[in-house]
Design a protein around this ligand. Sequence first.
Ligand SMILES: [Zn+2]
Length: 368
Amino acid sequence: IIEDHWRARHREGGYEIVYTPHIGRSLLWERSGHLQFYKENMYAPIDIEGVQYYLKPMNCPFHILIYKSRTRSYRDLPLRWAELGAVYRFERSGVLHGLLRVRGFTQDDAHIFCTPEQIEDEILGVLDFSLSMLRDFGFEEYQVELSVRDPRTPEKYAGRDEMWEQAERSLVRALEARNLPYKRMEGEAVFYGPKIDIKIKDALGRAWQCTTIQFDFNLAERFDLTFRDRDGQERRPYLVHRALLGSLERFFGVLVEHYGGAFPVWLAPVQAVVIPIADRHVDYAWEVARRLKAAGLRVEVNDSSDRMQAKIRDAQLEKIPYMLIVGDRERAAGEVNLRRRDGEVPGAMSVEAFIGMAQEAVRERRLL
Ligand SMILES: [Zn+2]
């Protein structure tokens, strides 16, 4: 469900979805610098017919290879490529922690290639896109950090001064355009470019690192990325990495914590459970379930021999948003008796009326 939403929003947002391999030749990771700077986070190589392959710790080099698969003109740009890419990073067994810290995870990654003239609009676009998506999932409070280089040691960073200045300016402008308070982290930028990190606050006020929007002057140089500009000159495009939810596994863990398992209807794994009062109502319960499924709702029938009160308690424990109780009266009238997770009992309504109500809650991403 999270992935479907993610894909739909990316397509609307002008991204193309790409898929790239899980392993890459050592040559690729040498060129990208990962074997030089990131090796301790990578797994041991796999020997395939005498060539060393590594599990990918990041998707970037593959997206760059797609960029380089043909000559690019200013007319092609901006290019926005997004991938739900499985990446593998070495973590010591002692630090693994549920869904929050794992060795292989799905990064909701994207890379943006654009001209220097486009960079401000692109950064603003990415920022708006990120915040709007976080809001879809119910996160309204953020902590924003802007990491810039240490101006006293420019030699420690890849990329020319004017690129760092333009990059930083575009990040600051985007934050200011949206009135987002942020903390400026002097000297906290990685060597390849400045970045914005967004932490979301969950229901208990805990902050979780999610979104990162990051310039990369290093890979653009190492892979000699170019585009042909209006005047026929070859120029270097800007390359921006962006992970929005971060790791899907981790984000899912955060979602569970945020909602305490009581997901909004659109995210609930089971949106409704039909509860027949007695055995003779089971057939009708399944008929109701079929109609709900046909309307795109995720529904189960609890046709166990437990008593009705026990079934309601089970559904409440599972935090299923809607319980639909059906007995003689409901069957005769073609209705369901609605009871909500929060204890409210709207009562009898037609199956159609319930479907309309549930679909609206999904559409508006309401809690119930
Ligand atoms: Zn990247």
